[in-house]
Design a protein around this ligand. Structure first.
Ligand code: SF4
Length: 340
């Protein structure tokens, strides 16, 4: 998909959230990794580099991919079901999950890019009838300046901004971004800090903190857990995850997604029975549980927790809503947490 007329890249503004150090190094305050970059050095996220003592946002005004996706594909099941969303990405990620299902974009930092301005993305979204712009496929939080500026332009044009993210950002930059964000699907990969450290080269606590901040800021949030056999699929791990979701203070849809061997992890794919077990376990305590990367009907549709009426039919992948305009059940009238 073309993202507009393809003008020259926007001039990059100064990077946000960094400090110059006396020895020519640049300290990055964007994410919890807290890099100190020497002259010429690029951060492990692949998106920020020290250029002559100044932090440069490498992919400002450049995109690697753009596509018009059903919003269900993000996955977002409770946010404008049935709508399309312009989905864009630049290379890079601050996590290095061994199982990354999008590693050729997130971990291959020299993936080809082309110029695109915020204005062009907004115009493309409007031309294609998109509900907004989704920053997805790689990690949008480390594409911070371009996501922020495009989200401002999208908001001014009446479009939504969606993040599909690992949630690994420091609280201060997150506070700057959150007022511009309408919805997010955040990966919660495990409730075990050792898993985050060993498999993702990151820590659990900042992710949990970010999720709480997204929720507290009133952003529409859904969570995804990629279920990996032998790593995060035991009953106790899943119960810890369900506990956390149940304690967020408002209903947050939870997606369990099937893993397939990718990049540096060669564990076998998630068995269907494992996903069904996770679904059953979570459904005992949560109203909105879904399954992804799995054929069949289980965990696909939304049903009223009160009377079991079908609320959103996703048999064709694109959601077809029967909810009333105020997002209530058409049968029993119970209000539900959907944004239509
Ligand atoms: S955003 Fe990139 S450069 Fe900044 S601290 Fe995180 S990994 Fe390092």
């Amino acid at each position: 998909m073309s993202a507009g007329p393809g003008s020259a890249a926007s001039p990059a503004p100064p990077a946000a959230w960094w400090r110059a150090l006396p020895n020519g190094q640049a300290a990055c305050d964007l994410c919890p990794i807290g890099c100190r970059l020497r002259e010429g050095q690029t951060g492990p996220c692949g998106t920020r580099a020290n250029r002559h003592g100044v932090m440069a946002p490498l992919h400002y005004g450049r995109i690697a991919t753009a596509a018009l996706d059903p919003i269900e594909k993000k996955p977002l099941f409770h946010f404008h079901p049935g709508c399309d969303i312009l989905s864009v990405a630049a290379p890079g990620c601050n996590l290095h999950c061994a199982f990354c299902q999008n590693w050729n974009l997130s971990q291959e930092h020299d993936a080809p890019t082309r110029p695109a301005t915020a204005r062009e993305l907004v115009a493309t979204a409007i031309d294609h009838g998109s509900v907004g712009i989704a920053f997805t496929y790689s990690e949008p939080l480390v594409w911070f300046e371009f996501v922020r500026d495009t989200a401002r332009a999208a908001r001014a044009a009446g479009l939504a901004t969606v993040l599909v993210t690992n949630g690994y950002l420091n609280p201060e930059p997150l506070a700057e971004l959150l007022p511009l964000i309408d919805a997010a699907n955040i990966d919660l990969k495990s409730m075990d800090d050792r898993f985050y450290r060993r498999v993702c080269k990151a820590r659990l606590a900042p992710v949990l903190d970010s999720i709480r901040r997204f929720v507290a800021a009133g952003v529409h949030v859904e969570l995804t857990n990629l279920v990996i056999p032998g790593h995060n699929d035991d009953e106790a791990s899943l119960e810890a995850l369900i506990d956390f979701v149940a304690g967020l203070g408002r209903p947050v849809p939870l997606h369990f997604s099937a893993y397939h061997p990718a990049w540096r992890m060669q564990a076998p794919p998630t068995p269907r029975a494992t996903l069904l077990r996770a679904y059953e376990q979570a459904s005992r305590r949560l109203d909105w549980v879904y399954l992804g990367n799995l054929s069949g009907e289980q965990g696909r549709d939304s049903r009223c927790p009160t009377c079991a009426t079908l609320l959103v039919d996703r048999s064709s992948y694109r959601g077809i809503s029967t909810l009333t305009p105020s997002a209530a059940c058409p049968h029993c009238g119970t209000p539900h947490p959907f944004i239509l």
